[in-house]
Design a protein around this ligand. Structure first.
Ligand code: NAD
Length: 397
């Protein structure tokens, strides 16, 4: 069931305008930049209806019910968390990969090495969310048994929001660290001081569980702005803040079209997103490429894509903190007292409190579970078309 209207699109709230989802949370945008208007047409969907729709679409396309449920849970949770760039709006792209013959329900991951503490899985371009979740569940079992697991998942189709896997490990009481590359696409992030791109948006996530409490979940792209957020600005015909993008000549620009192949003119070359934190984010992007894919010969960003798809390889370390400090109450107290110390830092703006990693997503989940998930009209029409291609009427959910 969907309701229609216009409102601030919540995914952009923290850099595009007032934080309407969770007004007590940070809007974290450059003071010098302001979007003129963030109003757009959207429809609000219940998480339950979207989960049912995605599950039916993925099973209708040939995957198992278990794979479909995992994919639906992952995508809808990304929307609930405020990361619409990795939510149900990705499904039409996956279905395009399927229609092009580049993604197949028959592709299933195979273990290449399963010898604790090492777990190497060749995903064989299987549907990403179930492949990565299963790999992390296996690594979690290994870490529970032996204290640590070192996971390498190779060549999965797009695996989505990496924090999802840090949360899965934290549910087992485990610390996790993940580095991921993005292949099958042209490079889109410039090395520090470069005029052109050499990296994907190579995300990095770390999860630390807190016994009896909410985990710390740090999860971000190594570009200063996620590519999906530039796409939102492009679709709305809006500028991005200064300092995020360079054009094909390496000149600073606020026009998001420069980082999309369909946005540039015939005589222009693709621009680049800039890495976060200058040389530091760029260094992390490089490490992510090598750790996740480069060492093991999985698809890399510097290889011309054989097909039209998005591939992710993931390198992960999963650790049982009970091996480091067996007393759970002590661990809880140590972590929570430090988080309290950090949150108590005097804010620059009293209306914008100091947060710790994972808090913003949790607040957005509460708000969107209550108010529904806003999907812009373009995204919804793409989902409807993908559903119709498999005999489903998305409006009936
Ligand atoms: P982001 O810039 O929103 O940063 C998110 C992280 O910062 C979270 O840990 C969040 O809790 C924390 N955070 C946000 N605001 C905060 C504040 N005010 N104070 C303290 N902490 C705060 O994330 P992003 O770079 O836009 O990435 C979005 C998503 O895209 C991530 O889930 C990432 O995994 C995913 N991604 C996936 C791929 C892929 O190929 N699969 C590629 C790139 C990114």
């Amino acid at each position: 069931m969907a309701t229609q209207g216009t409102n601030v699109w919540h995914d952009l709230a923290w850099f595009a305008g007032p934080c309407t989802v969770a007004p007590h949370l940070s809007c974290n945008r450059p003071a010098s930049f302001s979007f003129s208007d963030t109003i757009m047409a959207y429809r609000t969907h219940s998480p339950h209806a979207l989960r049912a729709l995605v599950t039916d679409m993925v099973t209708a396309a040939g995957w198992t019910l278990e794979e479909a449920r995992e994919t639906a849970d992952h995508l809808v949770l990304a929307n609930l968390s405020g990361h619409d760039s990795h939510g149900v709006g990705m499904l039409p792209l996956y279905f395009q990969s399927l229609a092009d013959g580049n993604l197949s329900p028959q592709a299933k991951p195979k273990a290449r090495l399963d010898a604790a503490p090492f777990l190497i899985i060749d995903a064989g371009v299987a549907l990403g969310q179930p492949a990565a979740r299963n790999a992390v569940e296996q690594a979690a079992a290994m870490a529970k048994a032996g204290g640590v697991a070192i996971l390498n998942l190779l060549d999965a189709h797009h695996i989505g929001r990496i924090g999802h896997y840090a949360e899965a490990a934290a549910e087992h009481g485990l610390i996790s660290l993940f580095w991921v590359n993005v292949a099958g696409r042209p490079p889109i992030v410039a090395p520090h001081a470069a005029k052109e791109a050499r990296f994907g948006t190579n995300p990095h996530a770390i999860g630390i569980p807190v016994p009896g409490g909410d985990p710390i979940i740090l999860d971000f792209a190594t570009s200063r702005m996620a590519h999906g957020k530039a796409r939102v600005a492009l679709n709305k015909g809006e500028a991005v803040p200064p300092g995020y993008i360079i054009d094909g000549q390496g000149r600073p620009t606020t026009e998001p079209r420069h980082v999309f192949l369909h946005g540039i003119a015939g005589d222009e070359t693709l621009g680049a997103l800039l890495p976060f934190g200058d040389h530091k984010g760029a260094g992390l992007a490089l490490i992510a490429e090598l750790l996740s894919a480069g060492l093991m010969g999985a698809a890399r960003i510097d290889q011309k894509p054989a097909r039209s798809w998005i591939l992710n390889s993931l390198f992960g370390i999963v650790i049982d903190p009970a091996r480091l400090e067996p007393d759970a109450a002590l661990r809880k107290d140590r972590v929570e007292s430090y988080l309290a110390f950090v949150r108590a830092a005097k804010p620059q703006d009293p209306a914008d409190p100091v947060l710790t990693p994972g808090e913003k997503e949790r607040a957005t989940r509460i708000a969107r579970t209550r108010d529904g998930i806003p999907l812009d009209d373009e995204t919804w029409s793409q989902i409807k078309a993908a559903a119709a291609a498999h005999g489903l009427d998305a409006e009936r959910y």
